[in-house]
Write a protein of this length. Sequence first.
Length: 199
Amino acid sequence: MCTRKQAQGSRVSTGLAGFTLIELMIVVAILGILSVVAIPAFVRYMRKAKTSEALTALEKIHTGAVRYYSQVWPDSSGNPQSCQFPGVQALTPVAGNPNACCTDGAADGKCEPNEAAWTTATWQALLFKMSDKHYYNYMFEGGVGDASRYTAWALGDLDCDGTYASFKRMGVGNARGPNNTLDCRVSQPWGVYVENETE
């Protein structure tokens, strides 16, 4: 037979309690506000991280252009004639299609490696190629002689919506040094021009 004291002891509170409906609604509201703020910021951060590919590649192209321009090119008689950049190179890997990485069937929006696309004379002269999957397509335009220029572009469609992120880097040749001697140097008076960086 249960005594009164034992019955009271069995009803002792354990200190555990559940959340009220209001508390749960407040938590849900806070999570909703955080997701509205955090998710777009995270998406922008991810897109901005992808732009590092373009900046790194343009730096490599610049290095190749400076190296190539620093050589003195002889005329038909073998005499030093001029400094020059490599010639024009169409958009690569797919000429004329900055949306190529979206349309080549890659699920992640990256272009698949295509070693053959980078074997043209200009890319070979610049010692540049994209051996891994990449987001951007690249183009180059060079010139010959005193005060000639080069321009290199990186174009990409990071979210495959038809709007392109565009990066452009330029350099100016300074073929003549003191006393008008042939002195093939390149200066870069401008930084990298960026348009629609993260679209």
